[in-house]
Design a protein around this ligand. Structure first.
Ligand SMILES: [Zn+2]
Length: 419
């Protein structure tokens, strides 16, 4: 079918619906990103229409479609168009979509979905449904500027990809459900690894949950000359699966980030910075960010909010669906200056960065909600990870290079800020 035939058939579909009682937003069309500017122009001239830009397509809604006045006119390539009635939402979560809905576009950790009828669904710790926000970009590619400064080579060179992977494997041997029987052994393992690193002050901090106690492991590397300037590096070490009391290896979610935490703690303890670094392995993340909330609550109670200059959260840093080494940086609009500092420290041409300003569902949330600069580092292919929250989340699914690349970026950024 050529474009003209396609448009003709669309026109007839639309005509059929426009005679009915369509109370929805109208019709949707998908076009390549290269045509974004024409489409946005068209939307401006057509009140009631809107657009949302995803990672490789732009979605546009049309109040009516007469076959003549299409977005961008004949210059626009319409990949697909759907007549109403539909309800359109933002859906966030790697799990299955709500019944009878389908994905239109995606970007970052957000999918735009349509459903023939309104969806009633309560938010959970791993997903949420929100009304569509018109005229937004879900995700943005961050440009790479190799001329922007010199990399701190000694930090990068100290990262050992094989060591990181074998530590992911070791951690994933513990089934680490927050309320399970093995998480205590995992915690002891992490504590002893951290205690073996000279210069770190390690403590375990227990907090209450609705179903008993849980424990964060905290390792502080005091700053040499600016101890009140603090950077937090965090990763949750608890995991879950479809049978969490029996088997929750959580290699990717989140032994990958926990092993990263150990790697960075070792790296920086060897050459302690001027500012203070606090490494935290959080528990209770899968039950609703319980560990990070508990830690921050204590910190806020001490009145020390201003001391935290940046928070680096690593959650799922090892999976690539397409072999590409790409990382999503998720934060809030208020934390954009911190995002820029990370971007400025990015010196690795092989690591592709994208950013999203729509934050949810990991340990960066409590910090951002309290206006503390924080960024989540997460693989860009998060939505496609087939073993997400499954007992099959094992080390064989981990890309050997992605985690170390992301750790290199975190190290480089801390290197540029804390010395
Ligand atoms: Zn996670």
């Amino acid at each position: 079918m050529n474009l003209r035939q396609l448009l003709q058939s669309l026109t007839s579909i639309v005509a059929a619906f426009s005679s009915g009682t369509c109370l929805c937003a109208g019709y949707f069309a998908l076009a390549p990103l290269s045509e974004s500017s024409q489409i946005k122009q068209w939307v401006e001239q057509h009140p009631g229409s809107w657009w949302v830009e995803g990672e490789d397509r732009i979605l546009v809604s049309l109040q009516r479609w007469d076959g003549q006045d299409t977005p961008g006119g004949s210059r626009t390539t319409i990949i697909e168009a759907t007549p109403g009635p539909s309800v359109v939402y933002f859906f966030q979560g790697a799990g299955p979509l709500p019944a009878q809905s389908r994905e239109l576009i995606r970007g970052g950790r957000t999918r735009v979905i349509e459903s023939p009828r309104a969806i009633a669904m309560a938010d959970g710790p791993h997903h949420r449904l929100r009304p569509l926000q018109p005229n937004v970009r879900l995700v943005q590619k961050l440009p790479f500027d190799p001329e922007a400064g010199e990399p701190i080579l000694s930090l990068r060179a100290a990262l050992d990809a094989d060591a990181w992977r074998s530590e992911v494997e070791e951690i994933s041997r513990f089934s680490r459900y927050t309320y399970g029987s093995e998480i205590d052994a995992a915690r002891t393992f992490l504590s002893s690894r951290l205690r073996s690193i000279p210069g770190l002050q390690v403590e375990e901090s227990t907090f209450t949950t609705a179903r008993g106690l849980a424990t964060n492991v905290i390792a502080t590397l005091p700053g040499r000359s600016r101890p009140d300037e603090v950077y937090v590096v965090g990763a949750h070490y608890d995991s879950t699966s479809e049978r969490p009391f029996e088997l929750a290896p959580g290699a990717e979610d989140n032994a990958s980030g926990t092993a990263g935490l150990l790697t960075l703690a070792r790296l920086f303890a060897e050459q302690p910075p001027e500012a203070t670094l606090i490494f935290i392995a959080f528990s209770g993340e899968e039950q609703g960010l319980l560990g990070s909330r508990a830690w921050l609550k204590n910190w806020l109670a001490d009145g020390r909010t201003q001391q935290i200059h940046g928070v680096f959260i690593m959650d799922m840093i090892g999976y690539s669906g397409d072999g590409e080494l790409d990382c999503l940086l998720e934060t809030s609009p208020a934390s954009q200056p911190f995002l820029s500092q990370i971007q400025a420290a990015h010196k690795d041409a092989e690591l592709v960065l994208t950013s999203s300003l729509d934050y949810w569902g990991s340990d960066h949330v409590p910090f951002l909600d309290n206006r503390i600069p924080a960024v989540l580092f997460i693989e860009n292919d998060y939505l496609d990870y087939p073993a997400y929250h499954r007992s099959t989340d094992t080390v064989d699914k981990i890309h050997p290079q992605l985690g170390p690349k992301i750790l290199g970026l975190v190290a480089q950024t801390i290197g540029s800020l804390a010395y």
